[in-house]
Design a protein around this ligand. Sequence first.
Ligand SMILES: Cc1cc2nc3c(=O)[nH]c(=O)nc-3n(C[C@H](O)[C@H](O)[C@H](O)COP(=O)(O)O)c2cc1C
Length: 191
Amino acid sequence: MVDTVEIIRSRRSIRRFKSDKIGRDVIEKLLDLATQAPSAKNDQPWKFVVATGRAKTSLVNVLMEGMERAEAQGLSTGSMRVSIRAMSEAPVVILVFNRFGRENLPQEYQYAKCLVDTQSIGAAIQTFLLAAWDAGLGTLWICDVLYARDQVQAFVSTKEELVATIALGVPSESPGKRPREDLNELTTWMD
Ligand SMILES: Cc1cc2nc3c(=O)[nH]c(=O)nc-3n(C[C@H](O)[C@H](O)[C@H](O)COP(=O)(O)O)c2cc1C
């Protein structure tokens, strides 16, 4: 029997990958598992673009250009360089979009709807990460790509909002456990 607790506890963000290819059947299975996640009103706001091979190389170039443009404007792009390296090493990058536009919604509703849909998409991403780990694959959940959001959306010819990307591949590192805040500091019990 699969030990869910062990999968949750042992999962790590992976930033170094082997070049081994991942079969389409494996990716499809992981996406199918990801979409078993709950979503508000069962709206399933997620949409995926799977980039491999030359398309992935082009995506990485788009991200590099986006990062350099942002930096030229004086913006700090944080850990984007490391994230781009992870995506260039990983054989698969999955772009995750919110498929619902906000334009046709009243202003006050936009914020809540977007927040709710983003939570649903986060649930799907986390489910993907755990399913991949269970299959012996490493992942990195990447939001640094949002520094180049417009360029990425143009690259895939969509107006749907980019939420994150996931780098997927065979890990070539085994990082130790990253620290977590003391739960007692973060939890209030009310009786
Ligand atoms: C919403 C979200 C965005 C993240 N974005 C990035 C990113 O852009 N680049 C990166 O290297 N890691 C990113 N991470 C991974 C976190 O840095 C990582 O989960 C955290 O440091 C804890 O490490 P662990 O996942 O190994 O426990 C992101 C994680 C989440 C949940």
